[in-house]
Design a protein around this ligand. Structure first.
Ligand SMILES: Nc1ncnc2c1ncn2[C@@H]1O[C@H](COP(=O)(O)OP(=O)(O)OP(=O)(O)O)[C@@H](O)[C@H]1O
Ligand SMILES: [Mg+2]
Length: 498
């Protein structure tokens, strides 16, 4: 048996009301690439926080790293052992530049009071060169896309003398090309005996990169299996105990006045000459590579990024959308790509986040918030979206990543939009929950809502939309009717265009 880098026995962690981990035994061999999967809230991030010493396990746990046993294992121990974590929320400093973020730990480690900018830039450049990317060094991290922020976080981890690299969902916002680049880095690190623990909901990626996979369900370990013995389906089954099946979304040829029509919509550097119609009951997919202008277009329709020319019509009437309020009053709802920043007030309760967009509707004759109505509304959303929270007044930041995303969806579904634009509605959401969100999208469409789903997963748009538009460099370059094409055809088309 290969040398162990890490061995944990009987690790449990209880938070008020939740058993996040229940007597987990977990081992990682030296130099291996190990996958960790499980549904939202199954305990993955908690396990990682224990490995990095950020959280302490409950009594009875034993932790050994490179054969050394620890009594009170803490952050400092993990740092000294060369364990680097890239957390789900990235933990970057938004107000520092790219170069500063990447080189921060090195700059601190050097203990010099004098900061050499050349050195800062050098460190950052070298880290970026390692994974073959270029992001402007003096750009504020705040202004970067999520994909670029993820890459910055990865670069930062690569600057130190890392022995175990832990990636908690590192690829949620990356394109295929960037994921391939990241995998090359991980393989390259492996050839230097560096161990990787890789967490992702994209099971095909996990199976591609990891040699062994550990599966958690409800805080319990289901098992550790060699990847070659697993398939997507089997993994899904082990995670959920259920089979997930797809059926295509088909509707009759829409007629009449479109809910939304866009004519020659343009904005320099963003998108150009966009024309399309969206009918009630339609689920229109927009796919294309990152940076294709999809998000900018969505934001233009939601009043966050005004178009320079062209027209937007709602139910046949020309309108201007100058602000989010105007968009909402036209019946438009929007699930942003970057939910952590744009979607939630993290310190606030689940309940407050859900009702924040509809408070005005909960006011009774006495001009007070109708408590019962509020409670009903919150409970039905939590049930509908199976949000896993110990209580409705728990702070959103204590929920697992995927459950936070469901809160964002809940918040917007509550506004009863006529037109619903969703940018990456299932980023970071596990397979089972994903299909329940797809179900919700479908039900909204069946009730007559017009929905736009933006996603770079072709399979996601293919299985859920009746129509798909492909964007590339700010333009719509193709449109497909899903009942008349195959997923491969669309994928091939995108590969050729890029
Ligand atoms: N600080 C905390 N306080 C209370 N409960 C917590 C805290 N952190 C995590 N939990 C709970 O522990 C459970 C496991 O959460 P964890 O974040 O480990 O899930 P996960 O597997 O990483 O999920 P995801 O795929 O959604 O990121 C969840 O039920 C979560 O709500
Ligand atoms: Mg997590």
């Amino acid at each position: 048996m290969a040398d162990l880098f890490l061995s944990m026995k009987s690790v449990s962690k209880r938070y008020t009301g939740v058993q996040a981990l229940d007597r987990i035994d977990f081992e990682i061999s030296k130099g291996e690439i190990h996958g960790l999967v499980g549904e939202n809230g199954s305990g993955k991030s908690t396990l990682i926080k224990i490995i990095s010493g950020v959280e302490q396990p409950d009594e009875g746990a034993r932790i050994e790293i490179e054969g050394q046993a620890f009594k009170h294992y803490q952050s400092i121990d993990s740092i000294l052992k060369g364990i680097e974590v890239i957390y789900q929320d990235l933990s970057l400093f938004p107000n520092l530049t790219v170069a500063e973020n990447i080189s921060l730990s090195q700059t601190i480690a050097s203990r010099s009071r004098f900061i050499s900018w050349r050195r800062v830039n050098d460190i950052a450049e070298r880290a970026m060169a390692r994974i073959g990317i270029q992001i402007p060094l003096d750009e504020m991290v705040n202004d970067l896309s999520i994909a670029d922020q993820q890459l910055v976080a990865i670069c930062r981890a690569l600057t130190s003398d890392v022995k175990l690299l832990i990636l908690d969902e590192p690829t949620t916002a990356l394109t295929k090309k960037e994921v391939e680049a990241l995998f090359t880095v991980i393989k390259d690190l492996q050839s230097k005996e560096i161990t990787t623990l890789f967490v992702s909901h994209k099971l095909n990626e996990v199976l591609q990169i990891a040699e062994r996979v550990t599966i958690l369900r409800d805080g319990k370990k289901i098992g550790t299996f060699p990847s070659r013995d697993l398939t997507d389906e089997r993994l899904t089954f082990l995670m959920t105990g259920e089979k997930v099946e797809y059926s295509p979304y088909e509707i009759e040829e829409p007629q009449g006045v479109p809910l939304l029509e866009v004519r020659r919509l343009s904005k320099r550097g963003n998108f150009k000459d966009i024309n399309f119609k969206l009918f009630p009951g339609e689920i229109l997919g927009i796919t294309g590579l990152l940076g294709s202008g999809r998000t900018e277009l969505a934001q233009a329709l939601f009043g966050m990024n005004r178009a320079e020319s062209g027209d937007i019509l709602i139910q046949g009437r020309k309108i201007t959308i100058r602000s989010v309020q105007e968009a909402m009053s036209q019946g438009i709802g929007y699930v942003p790509e970057n939910r952590m920043v744009q979607g939630l007030v993290m310190q606030q309760s689940v309940a407050n986040n859900i009702v924040i967009t509809i408070l005005h509707r909960l006011i009774n004759k006495l001009k007070m918030i109708d408590r019962n109505k509020k409670k009903d509304c919150i409970n039905s959303r939590i049930e509908e979206l199976s949000i896993r929270t110990p209580a409705t007044d728990a702070a959103v930041q204590t929920l697992s990543g995927g459950n936070q995303q469901r809160v964002v969806l809940a918040k917007w579904i509550g506004t009863d939009p006529k037109i619903f634009i969703m940018d990456g509605p299932t980023i970071g959401i596990d397979v089972a929950a994903k299909s329940s969100i797809h179900e919700i999208i479908r039900n909204l469409a069946i009730q007559g809502v017009g929905i736009i789903v933006i996603s770079d997963e072709v399979s996601e748009v293919f299985h859920n939309c009746n129509r798909i538009m492909v964007m590339h460099k700010g333009r719509i370059i193709a449109e497909f009717n899903t009942s008349r094409t195959s997923e491969e055809e669309i994928q091939d088309y995108i590969n050729m265009a890029s």
